[in-house]
Design a protein around this ligand. Sequence first.
Ligand code: UDP
Ligand code: MG
Length: 334
Amino acid sequence: MISVVVPIYNEEELIERFHEAVARSLDTTGEDWEVVYVNDGSRDSSLELLRGLQAYDDRVVVVNLSRNWGHMGAISAGLQTASGDAVILMDGDFQDPPEVLPELIDSWREGAQVVVAVRRSRQESRKLLSFLFPLFYKVLGALSDYPIPLDAGIFGLMDRQAVNAVNGLRERNRYLPGLRAWVGYRNAVVYYDRQDRLDGEGKLSFISRIKYAMDAITSFSYKPLRLCFALSCVSLVMVAALALSALFVSSSTLSVGLGIASAVFLVGSMLSFCLGVLGEYLGRVYDEVRNRPISLINEVHYGKDAAASQPRSIIGDVAAFEETEPVIAFKMRA
Ligand code: UDP
Ligand code: MG
């Protein structure tokens, strides 16, 4: 069986169209399947819509988290719940096109254990992001101590062995494309054209994107720490050069003063930069030491149960309504 895990946060405009497209695409593969939707503390009617899907499709599983945990928290909960022999991760906004699912599954049938969907092109209506994404991947590629497929997000497939391996990694700051590369196994790549979001607004804030980028870099590279060391060497050399020039080159008091002041500022800013880098690593170490869960599941609704219990719960509601109505009427008359 194939599981598809989809994180959902305030996607009421898209849920029904999305499920229809995913179901149509999966039905062409001839495999049994389930879609695990993870409701990540949505404030709109997403949860009700997801439960509504279960009324006519018992292959829908709804995982309801205790609050909004963010994209990675939602995906981790979905990966823990999915029971398929292969698990596909994708976003619920059509940016990862459902038509690509059969290609991922074909690649798995041909023997790949991890299939990474890599973006051949990117449709991005947000101009700042269309500039920042390639920059981020360049920086990550240059810094990473471990080869991570660039221009790939969460979209892709993992077989049961790879899923169990990723589930076994308990680190809190998770950059999933990196972890998926880190566990290894037989990899394959499928290229696709990343679409623009079909409806609604992007849900990840700019700050959470920066945090995600920092998670990616800090969990796969020590190079920023080494850079701090290199910078301290540079500032030592600079201070020495300045002291020598003050001794041997005759110059006005003003230019010596300016030289010393700029050296102090430069060394000061380098130090602050290094402390900032150190802080990023230290904060993450603190996160790991506290060992809090990545996300908390409030409840899991299985479609099969919903299909069985749906008529009963409706009858129950109606019965309760019929019982209470006369009592209220009686009280009002009294
Ligand atoms: N999402 C989530 N929790 C969040 C933010 C987003 O589960 O806190 C979901 C969202 O519903 C979508 C996917 O994660 O299915 C990707 O989010 P979005 O499209 O906003 O990110 P972008 O594509 O803009 O990076
Ligand atoms: Mg998106």
